[in-house]
Design a protein around this ligand. Sequence first.
Ligand code: FES
Length: 126
Amino acid sequence: MSGEDSHILGNLDDLDEGSMRVFEDIGDYGIVVCKVNGELFSLEDNCSHADTPLSEGRLRSYNLTCPLHGTSFDVRTGEHSGPPAYQGVPCFRINIDDGVAVATPLNNKSNNDDGYGGIGGMFQTR
Ligand code: FES
């Protein structure tokens, strides 16, 4: 299943549990794909606070923590944990189509009628 906003990532069977992989040429900042509990999740690879690649941070369970100031983002929703970031980040749904991973925007600017709000994340802290 893919649409015009979807991005074909290829076969990600070799991505280890708890690992991340960056696709730099998608969108303005690239996306980071994370494998947690056998499932693939993806966020825009850019902290909403001060434009830092989240892929340089630490992935623990479903939380990807920004390396600069420590806000963490839920890889399932893009939701942020709190300040200093004040909003979430766009996230992508990963579908596997014949062994090929496809990323589709879930809550970004072009698809903001799903209850997640504007640019991403489920709420803002200010
Ligand atoms: S740049 Fe990510 S929390 Fe500040």
